[in-house]
Design a protein around this ligand. Structure first.
Ligand SMILES: NC(=O)c1ccc[n+]([C@@H]2O[C@H](COP(=O)([O-])OP(=O)(O)OC[C@H]3O[C@@H](n4cnc5c(N)ncnc54)[C@H](OP(=O)(O)O)[C@@H]3O)[C@@H](O)[C@H]2O)c1
Length: 245
């Protein structure tokens, strides 16, 4: 590793597993002081052992305003600022149009839209000039996938937020970008798709595989300062070309 994030403070939400864990590992290995969040303390403890490098775990649900306040108070007390915020925690489950329940809608939008909005807004007082926000979208925000309409719509909001927030934040020089994974090997995806479907998705990808999580971690490093200091408001697809054809 090359210490690209030496001296930087990074917060990664939803980082005890999957994409968040891969990114937190990369940030910590590149010299950042990293804070990770997640709801289950047991999983956070495992992630801390795996990441090492002085990573600090802060338990909390991004959909819970009190939890967010507690998390940012702890970051303020222990690091004083946030240079990189990777707002990654998200929720996905199937819900076919015709059978969509109010509970499915509320759970999805509470985490992916409301939770994301306040994850970023509540971090702003801790973000110095030149700080970077990265938000996890997916390719689903621009595609139609069966039984995924509520999730897809919630993630289209993430893209929309980035476009407006960079205008609102113009006086502060804070960059906001979206990282959109294609299919990424994570515990969450394992809960949704079996190996046959994953193999089919890999075969339909121009680069013939799905992401191991390392591809998203590489891209998350690229969008952190200072590597991408003139890039703001983009939706970077990390999908092996899947959604581009
Ligand atoms: N994997 C894919 O193929 C894929 C594709 C497109 C987009 N995405 C997006 O990528 C992000 C991460 O997905 P993933 O596949 O890596 O998920 P994952 O394997 O299920 O891991 C999710 C992580 O987030 C935490 N988390 C979940 N809900 C949370 C909440 N409300 N507050 C705080 N932490 C929470 C989980 O820990 P706890 O359960 O203990 O909270 C865990 O650490 C999501 O935004 C998802 O929509 C994933």
């Amino acid at each position: 590793m090359s210490n690209k994030l030496n001296g930087k403070v990074a917060v990664v939400t939803g980082a005890s597993a999957g994409i968040g864990l891969a990114a937190a590992k990369r940030y910590a290995a590149e010299g950042a002081q990293v804070f990770i969040t997640g709801r289950r303390q047991s999983e956070l403890d495992k992630a801390v052992a795996e990441i090492g490098n002085g990573v600090i775990a802060l338990q909390g649900d991004v959909a819970n305003m009190d939890d967010l306040d507690r998390i940012y108070s702890a970051v303020k007390a222990q690091a004083g600022r946030i240079d990189v915020l990777f707002a990654n925690a998200g929720f996905y489950e199937l819900g076919k149009f015709g059978d969509i329940s109010a509970e499915h809608f509320d759970k999805t939008f509470n985490v992916n839209v409301r939770g994301l909005l306040f994850t970023v807004q509540k971090a702003l007082p801790l973000m110095p000039d030149g700080a970077a926000v990265i938000m996890t979208g997916p390719i689903a925000s621009i595609k139609g996938f069966e039984a995924f309409s509520v999730y897809n719509a919630s993630k289209a909001a993430v893209r929309s937020f980035a476009r407006s927030w960079i205008v609102d934040l113009k006086p502060r020089n804070i960059r906001i970008n979206v990282l959109s994974p294609g299919h990424t090997q994570t515990p969450g995806l394992d809960g949704l798709l079996n190996d046959d479907i994953k193999a089919m998705l890999a075969a339909g990808t121009p680069l013939n595989r799905i992401d191991t999580g390392d591809d998203m971690a590489n891209a998350a490093l690229f969008l952190a300062p200072p590597e991408s200091s003139f890039i703001s408001g983009i939706d970077l697809f990390v999908d092996g070309g899947y959604a581009q054809i």
